[in-house]
Design a protein around this ligand. Structure first.
Ligand SMILES: NC(=O)CC[C@H](N)C(=O)O
Length: 226
């Protein structure tokens, strides 16, 4: 069984959604991991939740970047293991430098939430192998700083390496460059996604399109350990 770690920072609020998504819907093992943790060697996957870590002071994710667990997450990522960050987790990954670019205030300067159509731009990753290429899916969004920005050179690299994994479809809710909703690092084992797949696990709650993302990680792990 794959073992998922869900990092809990002071101010995280999506940690329980992630834990239950993995345990109850995907049916794999999941545990909370303290922001003070230094050793992540018992885990196969690390998940960084949404929320308001350290009250979003300075900038979203700017303080979480310096928490002890992020040194361990860097080590974990350097071993090629899957790291997934949603929303505040994505912000923490850019602040830490594990992903390129930054997340700025939404152009509306308002906190936005709702259901958002997305397009799967690359299904050849350990996070998207269950999706069809160009599949249109619906995931919830809930953020104040989701406006992805990077310089021209970085954008060129993201495109050349197929690191743009999800884009907003139909509408761009926050002003992100090239409608970017989710990217990976160059190696493809760290992903940041502004929308919340862990809140789209059951049709009863409006969408189950998030399931395939976590199932993709499990598929990948089965393949590498087979
Ligand atoms: N849902 C979230 O993770 C929100 C992240 C961050 N607090 C923001 O408003 O952008």
């Amino acid at each position: 069984m794959a073992k998922f770690g869900v990092v809990v920072f002071p101010g995280s609020n999506g940690d329980q959604d992630l834990l239950l998504a993995i345990q109850d819907v995907i049916g794999e093992e999941a545990e909370y991991v303290s922001h003070r943790a230094a050793d992540l060697s018992e885990y196969d996957v690390m998940l960084l939740p949404g929320g308001f870590s350290y009250g979003d002071y300075l900038r979203c994710g700017a303080i979480a970047k310096s928490s002890p667990v992020m040194e361990a997450v860097k080590q974990f990522a350097s071993e090629g293991k899957p790291v997934f960050g949603t929303c505040n987790g994505f912000q923490i990954l850019t602040e830490t430098g594990l992903l390129p670019g930054v997340l700025l205030n939404n152009t509306s300067l308002k906190f936005i939430c709702g259901m958002q159509p997305l397009k799967v731009q690359n299904n050849q990753t350990m996070f998207t192998n269950e999706y069809e290429q160009d599949e249109i899916i619906t995931l919830p969004i809930a953020h104040g700083e989701g406006n992805y920005y990077c310089d021209e050179e970085t954008l060129k690299e993201l495109k050349e390496n197929n690191q743009i994994i999800f884009t907003y479809d139909q509408t761009n809710p926050n002003g992100s460059v090239e409608d970017i909703a989710g990217i990976t690092n160059k190696e493809g084992n760290v992903i940041g996604l502004m929308p919340h797949p862990e809140r789209a696990m059951e049709d009863l709650l409006g969408s189950s399109d998030g399931k395939k993302l976590f199932q993709s990680i499990v598929n990948h792990l089965r393949k590498v350990t087979a």
